[in-house]
Design a protein around this ligand. Structure first.
Ligand SMILES: *Cc1c(COP(=O)(O)O)cnc(C)c1O
Length: 232
């Protein structure tokens, strides 16, 4: 079943790349992050065996458990909100922290990465839809943090992460993704090493790719409904 779902998702990714009306600064390749939260560890093994390279988890504890019981493999992305008291574990566990949403968190990650001699790759999560309850840098906060990024010597900012609002018509997400892409282009013009624009989930990844995403985070379309009875 996963193999079939994966094939469908990969075909839709390719079709969305072709549907782009103009060349994008994000290139013509999309990294699929398989979102395995609330699924058993074994689905990660299966996904990696099918050629998936990146897995996305939204909780530190759950990822830690899975990494402990699985053989080493894959690139691990944190995609959920990170509390500062979990930074130590997160820096130890994740190849890319996609959900950095405050200056306080940047400082904490930098400090921990320095302590263990790591340069931590991160994305800055932007709250473009402007939803109160969503995490992510608001516009003012984002503009304020940009000049300070070089001060974090043990952090490598690789790009941006955007979550669109939930909506009934997926076309409503398009302006949000287009705005994410404009922010990405500006950031890329200002800084070196900016190569990731993570936008799009099961419901909206095709639109996100059309608007310029080069990284998508897909769970349900690959693995089916999540099992919230699983405890980690
Ligand atoms: C859960 C989650 C996803 C995947 O959602 P699906 O709708 O299952 O594809 C993607 N991104 C983030 C930040 C998530 O928390």
């Amino acid at each position: 079943m996963l193999a079939d779902n994966l094939k469908v998702v990969q075909e839709k990714i390719e079709a969305s790349l072709l549907a782009r009306r103009e060349a994008k600064q994000t290139g013509n390749k999309v990294t699929l992050v398989a979102v395995t939260k609330n699924h058993a560890p074994e689905v990660i093994t299966e996904a990696l065996s099918l050629g998936v390279e990146c897995v996305g988890e939204n909780r530190v504890q759950e990822a830690k458990h899975k990494k402990e019981v699985l053989p080493a493999g894959g690139k691990w992305h944190l995609i959920g909100h990170l509390q500062t008291n979990k930074v130590r574990q997160a820096v130890a566990l994740f190849d890319l922290i996609e959900s950095v949403d405050s200056e306080r968190l940047l400082a904490a990650i930098d400090e921990e990465a320095a302590r263990i001699g790591k340069v931590q790759d991160v994305l800055l999560q932007l709250n473009i839809a402007g939803e109160e309850q969503k995490s992510g840098f608001g516009r003012e906060e984002y503009l304020a943090v940009l000049p300070k990024l070089d001060g974090y010597k043990n952090i490598r900012v690789r790009g941006l992460m955007v979550i669109a609002q939930a909506c009934t018509d997926v076309e409503e997400t398009r302006p949000v993704f287009a705005a994410g892409y404009r922010c990405f282009c500006r950031l890329q013009a200002e800084r070196s090493g900016i190569d990731c624009l993570s936008m799009g989930m099961s419901n909206d990844y095709t639109v996100a790719i059309e608007e310029g995403a080069n990284m998508v985070r897909v769970g349900t379309a690959l693995f089916g409904a999540r099992d919230y009875s699983l405890k980690f």
